[in-house]
Design a protein around this ligand. Structure first.
Ligand SMILES: [Zn+2]
Ligand SMILES: [Zn+2]
Length: 264
């Protein structure tokens, strides 16, 4: 069996007390059949540091981008394009809109401009976008449409929206990724959306070190726990764990243009 963690912040795990090294994290993941992970950047200096920390590894790919809540420090649009062109980078992001923590007009404008820029670079480089959205449903969908994001494709990561939003995203050609939130007791609406998303558009992720799934609540999240998301989601979808693993791995390979030989 082969599971992929399609979204983790490998540079932000606790390497002081929980893990001795990236090797340690990879080993713990492998012990639970999690054999590949996508390490997601949230700033450009962060991307550089993360690429140095992790180094070239067969089981880790990278995204490059600036998280909507990290825009205010400013960044060089051209630098993003240059860094994202690296062959180790398979996706743009995470990008998107987060109106939960930022509500000032100038902040929203900065987020929107940056989101549009990530999509444009994604289309230019043929690399899909990893989209984060919170309290910004309509603007997110509008920008994806206006910028023709379907051309490079992408994923709505850590999906917490409803079934109708899932439908619009699927119509745009997007994939939908579920995190540990789907295992939370009060997440029935989310499980309904998960039942709705077809198997060939489904991804799984940890978003570690955040959003630890049941039954590890209270501990820091890590890529090996994507297995718990997968086991739970398999029950929600009424399929075997193997079926879910095969589908989500194939989807990952297709979306991010990663040779399936690397995922076998
Ligand atoms: Zn996010
Ligand atoms: Zn994230």
């Amino acid at each position: 069996m082969f599971l992929v963690d399609s979204h983790c912040h490998l540079d932000s795990l606790d390497y002081q007390t929980l893990h001795t090294s990236v090797d340690d994290v990879v080993e713990k993941a492998r012990a639970r059949d999690v054999k590949f992970m996508l390490a997601v950047a949230t700033t450009l200096p962060g991307y550089r540091a993360m690429a140095d920390l992790i180094g070239p590894r067969p089981e880790v790919a990278f995204s490059c981008g600036v998280h909507p809540l990290n825009i205010e420090e400013g960044y060089d649009f051209e630098e993003l394009r240059i860094l994202a062109a690296d062959s180790r980078v398979v996706a743009m992001g995470e990008t998107g809109l987060d109106y939960f923590y930022q509500k000032e007009d100038f902040q929203l404008k900065l987020q929107q401009d940056s989101f549009r820029h990530h999509i444009r670079v994604g289309r230019e480089l043929n690399k899909p976008v990893i989209v984060h959205t919170r309290d910004a449903r309509q603007d997110t969908l509008d920008i994806l449409r206006e910028e023709q994001a379907g051309e490079c494709g992408g994923v709505l990561h850590c999906f917490t929206e409803d079934k109708n939003t899932a439908k619009v995203l699927l119509d745009l050609g997007f994939y939908i990724s579920f995190s540990g939130i789907v295992t939370f007791r009060n997440a029935e609406q989310l499980r309904e959306a998960a039942r709705y998303v077809p198997m060939d558009r489904l991804l799984i992720e940890t978003d570690s070190p955040y959003l630890t799934p049941v039954p590890h609540r209270g501990k820091e999240n890590q890529p090996s726990y994507v297995r718990d998301v997968a086991e739970y989601l398999a029950v929600v979808k009424g399929v075997s764990l193997d079926t879910l693993a095969v589908a989500t791995t194939e989807n990952f390979s297709r979306l991010f243009h990663i040779d399936s030989a690397r995922l076998a």
